[in-house]
Design a binder for this molecule. Structure first.
Ligand SMILES: Cc1ncc(COP(=O)(O)O)c(C=O)c1O
Length: 444
């Protein structure tokens, strides 16, 4: 594990003199530090030239692999052709992308182009309030929906912060970090995933504008919805009159073109995409039914949520998203089954390794997204995970894999992502290294 040289530490120290914490997004701090210099397809190289098979995918956008030529070429071409961010009037590119989305995804009748998932979830919530005239929202304990005040809470907590599992009921709000207003407003309600009774409990007490959830909780690994849960949310949204927002920032395009809602055959009122939509370029989309989305251009200004962004619809990101979508449309019948096969291969292989070493563990997976949990069965919600998972050994295993040239981000429970650039040989290498790492850790 000591073959991670300390030149990454030196770079972090250098950057810290100019950037608070040394990195531009605080969740990029990893211990021990690694600094990457190059990426291609399924591989990363650190500043010392060491190669890693990458399963982090920069927190999941790289569905087609790093520096995928068709996407890079589309971006280069668009800039060569004199496109720019004109900042006035409509652009052909934004119209083309929105049309592709509306024509290929059932949940998207209208699309609004933004830059980040956080902007898109913030707008989804604002739009829900404008539509319903209500203020309260429901979020899911252990779900992540972005960095803005109202949703940046109740993701990773200790059990002493939120107490024992409550059902039906809600958890005390626990913001991520300081400077938040979420505690002053009492408009956010955090409840369990896979718990329809708690939705009813909150809806009977407060006028709820929206429930926002990842359809598969992919910020605490891969916590899947139980049979009937998403359809149950749909039914409760219709019963209580709130808007159902699926945050498909991680699940969108990775699991199917229309995200997990397409696989589950449950149509949300609003849907948010980011990450894989532009294969690593910064673009996010808020989409949904016209009867809601058209509020964004409501003739009465007082009923129209404010949408403005200097970089919205930027040609670099939009051309990347168009190229990604066109690639997925042309290749989906081959690509998604291949990702599923690679996913199955790693799932089976890791299960066999854990079993062979007598480690009580399981592998949770949806297509190309997976994680391992050091507990006998996959968790159903945040408390289940907190009570049963071995966090210390999770981190040990990730660090050991890093040392052996496999990059599972060394942060406990984080999702791993396979890309279309991964090969069976990459998975075989990963399993060989996994076997070595597990035998070293559990030998002690
Ligand atoms: C499910 C989900 N929603 C929203 C976001 C926020 O997206 P961004 O980091 O682009 O603002 C993330 C980011 O990881 C996410 O995983």
């Amino acid at each position: 594990m000591n073959d991670i040289s300390d030149s990454a530490a030196a770079l972090l120290a250098h950057n810290s003199a100019f950037i608070p914490g040394g990195v531009s997004s605080i969740n990029r701090i990893i211990d021990p530090p690694i600094a990457f210099a190059k990426a291609e397809g399924a591989y990363l190289w650190d500043i010392d030239g060491k190669r890693y098979v990458d399963y982090h995918a920069a927190f999941a956008p790289y569905l087609l692999g790093h520096n995928f030529a068709p996407i890079n070429e589309a971006v280069i071409n668009v800039l060569r052709n004199g496109e720019s961010l004109f900042g006035a009037g409509p652009s052909r590119l934004e119209g083309h992308l929105a049309q592709l989305l509306c024509q290929n995804i059932a949940a998207v009748e209208r699309a609004c182009l933004l830059n980040t998932g956080s902007e898109a979830t913030a707008l989804a919530i604002k739009l829900s309030r404008a539509v319903t005239g209500r203020q309260h929202i429901i979020v899911i304990q252990g779900g992540y929906n972005g960095n803005h005040d109202e949703v940046a809470c109740n993701v990773f907590n200790t059990l002493s912060e939120i107490g024992p599992r409550v059902s039906p009921g809600e958890y005390p709000l626990r913001p991520i970090g300081a400077g938040t207003t979420v505690l002053d407003q009492h408009l956010v309600h955090a409840i369990n995933f896979n718990d329809l009774e708690s939705v009813q409990y909150v809806c009977r007490r407060y006028p709820i504008a929206a429930l926002i959830t990842e359809p598969v909780l992919q910020n605490i690994g891969v916590v899947r919805p139980q049979a009937g849960y998403l359809a149950g949310l749909r039914a409760l949204a219709d019963e209580f009159g709130f808007l159902l927002i699926f945050d498909e920032v991680k699940t969108g395009f990775r699991h199917a073109l229309g995200g997990y809602s397409e696989l589950a055959a449950v149509t949300p009122d609003l849907v948010v995409y980011g990450k894989a939509i532009a294969n690593g370029f910064p673009l996010a989309v808020l989409g949904g039914a016209c009867r809601y989305m058209d509020y964004l251009a409501h003739p009465e200004p007082a009923r129209r949520p404010f949408v403005a962004g200097t970089y919205n619809g930027h040609p670099v990101a939009v051309s990347a998203a168009i190229a990604t979508l066109e690639y997925l449309l042309a290749n989906r019948t081959e690509l998604y089954p291949r990702l599923e096969q690679l996913g199955q291969m790693i799932e089976t292989g890791m299960r066999e390794i854990f079993a062979a070493h007598g480690v009580p563990a399981c592998v949770a997976r949806q297509g190309s997204a997976f994680t391992f949990y050091l507990m006998p069965e996959t968790p159903v919600d945040f408390h289940d995970l907190m009570l049963r998972h071995d966090f210390a050994r999770d981190l040990q295993l990730r660090r050991a894999l890093n040392a052996l040239g496999v990059f599972f981000v060394p942060v406990t429970t984080k999702q791993c992502s396979i890309s279309a650039a991964h090969t069976r040989a990459d998975i075989e290498f990963t399993l060989t290294q996994c076997d070595r790492a597990v035998s070293r850790i559990w030998a002690h």
